[in-house]
Unconditional design. Structure first.
Length: 675
């Protein structure tokens, strides 16, 4: 980004035209970043709760008072039960410094519980890990040369604009674009074909494609022989997924499946751009595994314009150990602290139990420290999350830019800096550059970087471990393994001067194999999964909440609901920027005309979406963008800014995915009625 500063204030934020992956383009949201930084309701001073939890009533205090209060309360708990302290964070900043460096070191030193940060992408990450060895894929810029692009579970116009630029260039050059998505998104409308499968059936579609590729011999036998492992086993599995069976599972015509497979198998430069929507269901990890196998079956990896991409983050040589210092844990490595999955935070707060007991969450949580996240809005099964945070015996510290839904439950609310105000270093999961984030302005008001806040709490607790007090510069300098071949010729000082550096990754990274699996091959069959007692081959797992898996539930709640991000929001970030929120208007629910007619719902009606977990209200939009049996609520609204004080996570589940323990946001059955 380029930031124009006038009298110490950021007045304009634009893309940097010299940056190769982005070419000066910012998405709708980030182009308004200055509005967010200088928002009238920006938190600028520490505050202490004076009302009931959830009321959002606070009084200002000094930083010294804030650190003293935090230090005293956390010290009391840490002295008798350090695992009763739980951090909660995710991607409010994705910087390696302000994300989880000093913060992780702090919690490790205390012996606090660890958080399994699995809310967004861990099912897909696990799928890639057991297939390619890491979050690796083709280079984004070469999609512009592809002849066929499958945009699978993705809406890049809203969430990956820089990839979409390359896809558009390929389209102009004659490439065929096919969207595979239950919902006809903005992106799907711009593609040549839209395949509207049922939510959670992506793995079956991929296996059905394999069936056709195998039976019609649309395979690269040499690539399979040289660079893959377990083909005969995968072949046997795929042959059980005849197109007729897959058509029944996915709710699409058999001819569509066969035609897709033939087109894919007969196109040399075929590329797949997955995104995280398709892995937020029970079988999400297996679905990613199945799709990730396709380019190795056809040899698409031989060309730089062929292959697949879900995440490129694995190319960056991040030194996770140096950043987080897990060796600071008292029991490391033989007896590390307990781990709580962030998707189960509602149950963990309300259902304490002995480790190995019925709940398995271990000691009661007595303190939560929330940073870079807004769990009361974004975590699944929101009614239980809010009830957990409302416990009067829970001490909660929240580091934030604004008084979010979660901040309303804080005992101590601490103002944090934004990207424009602090030092950081970033990797990417959409391209192969690493970036330096240098502060453009001084902190607004009395806001402080996350790192400085955790240093202050550590100091107030009397901790003396040097790793807790390293400067942001020192942490940034340790963020990457600078001696890795991917960063040859680059160090922290050169990165700061240039702003970014392109990782040294081959144009066609797997043209000659070289996957990062134990075998060095694309592993159709994963011995590591077998050793864990899991299916070593990709398979289709019906959604937790589906007629296949839970017929009685489906009879009561016959509509599948997905809640992908609205174009003007980034999950719950930017919701409070008035210009962006006014563009979204209010929460809407897209519903198919036949489903609406059956329920007596007319265009513009206020409707109630509900299941056993809770309910929310939205304005009905009757449209065939949602396939029959599907409703779509673009999200995620702050509850306090929604008309009924609720959002889509009232109805989502704490159930986890097959691999990676990720959230199953799009594995959700509901009913809809006029409000």
């Amino acid at each position: 980004m380029r930031v124009t500063v006038e009298n110490g204030r950021a007045i304009k934020v634009t893309g940097d035209p010299d940056h190769p992956p982005t070419h000066g383009v910012l998405c709708t949201k980030v182009s308004r970043y200055a509005d967010r930084v200088h928002h009238a309701r920006r938190l600028t001073t520490p505050m202490k709760r004076v009302g009931k939890k959830g009321e959002g009533r606070f009084e200002p205090i000094t930083w010294d008072q804030a650190f003293a209060l935090a230090g005293r309360r956390l010290s009391e708990i840490a002295a008798r039960a350090p695992e009763a302290i739980v951090p909660y964070s995710y991607a409010g900043t994705m910087g390696l410094v302000q994300g989880d460096s000093i913060a992780q070191r702090f919690f490790h030193k205390l012996g606090a519980s660890q958080l399994d940060r699995a809310i967004c992408a861990s099912a897909g990450a696990a799928g890639l890990k057991y297939t390619y060895g890491a979050g690796l894929g083709m280079l984004t810029e070469f999609f512009s040369e592809s002849e066929l692009i499958l945009i699978w579970g993705a809406n890049p116009i809203a969430s990956n604009l820089h990839f979409w630029t390359h896809a558009q260039e390929a389209k102009r050059n004659g490439a065929r674009l096919i969207a595979i998505d239950p919902y006809r998104s903005l992106t799907a409308e711009k593609c040549h074909q839209h395949i509207a499968l049922k939510p959670g059936t992506d793995g079956a579609l991929a296996l059905g494609m394999m069936h056709v590729l195998i039976t019609e011999n649309l395979l690269d036998h040499a690539y399979i022989a040289d660079h893959t492992l377990g083909f005969e086993s995968l072949k046997a599995r795929a042959l059980t997924y005849a197109p007729a069976r897959v058509a029944q599972i996915c709710g699409v015509n058999e001819e569509v499946i066969v035609g897709l497979a033939r087109l894919y198998g007969n196109t040399r430069k075929s590329a797949i751009r997955m995104n995280y929507g398709m892995q937020r269901v029970r079988g999400g990890g297996n679905a990613v595994r199945a799709i990730a196998c396709l380019p190795s079956l056809t040899g698409a990896w031989r060309d730089r314009a062929g292959g697949a991409l879900l995440s490129s983050s694995g190319w960056a040589p991040v030194d996770s150990f140096a950043l987080a210092r897990p060796d600071l844990m008292p029991g490391w490595p033989s007896a590390p602290s307990r781990v709580i999955n962030m998707n189960e935070i509602g149950n963990a707060l309300l259902n304490p139990g002995d480790a190995g007991g019925a709940t398995g969450f271990g000691p009661k949580i007595e303190a939560m420290v929330v940073y870079n996240s807004n769990p009361v809005a974004v975590a699944p099964d929101s009614e239980r999350v809010a009830a957990g945070f409302a416990r009067e015996d829970l001490f909660t510290i929240v580091l934030e830019h604004f008084q979010t839904d979660t901040a309303d439950y804080a005992d101590l609310l601490l103002p944090a800096t934004t990207q424009l105000e602090h030092l950081d270093v970033h990797k990417s999961y959409g391209h192969t550059h690493v970036m330096a984030n240098l502060p453009a302005i001084a902190p607004v008001g009395d806001a402080r970087p996350n790192t400085e806040i955790f240093r202050g709490i550590a100091r107030a607790m009397g901790l003396t471990e040097r790793a807790l007090f390293e400067s942001d510069e020192e942490v940034a300098a340790a963020a990457f393994r600078w001696d890795d071949a991917a960063l040859a010729g680059v160090d922290w000082l050169t990165l700061k001067r240039s702003g970014w550096a392109r990782l040294h990754v081959p144009d066609a990274p797997f043209a000659h194999g070289g996957f990062r699996t134990p075998s060095g091959k694309c592993e159709f069959y994963s011995e590591r999964l077998a050793q864990l007692g899991l299916d070593p081959l990709p398979d289709y797992l019906p959604p937790h909440e589906s007629a296949e898996n839970a017929p009685e539930l489906a009879a009561r709640y016959p509509l599948a609901m997905i809640s992908p991000p609205a174009r003007n929001f980034l999950n719950s970030t930017f919701v409070n920027v008035e210009s962006l929120r006014s563009t979204e208007g209010e929460p809407h629910l897209d519903i198919h005309p036949d489903d609406a007619q059956h329920r007596g719902i007319a265009e513009g009606d206020r409707v109630r979406i509900f299941n056993d977990r809770g309910s929310m209200q939205a304005r009905a939009r009757i449209t065939d963008k949602a396939r029959e049996g599907l409703v779509v609520g673009l999200s995620i609204w702050w509850k306090k800014l929604a008309p009924d004080g609720r959002n889509a996570n009232q109805v989502t589940s704490q159930a986890l995915t097959d691999l990676g323990g990720s959230a199953t946001f799009y594995d959700c059955l509901v009913e809809v009625e006029r409000a």
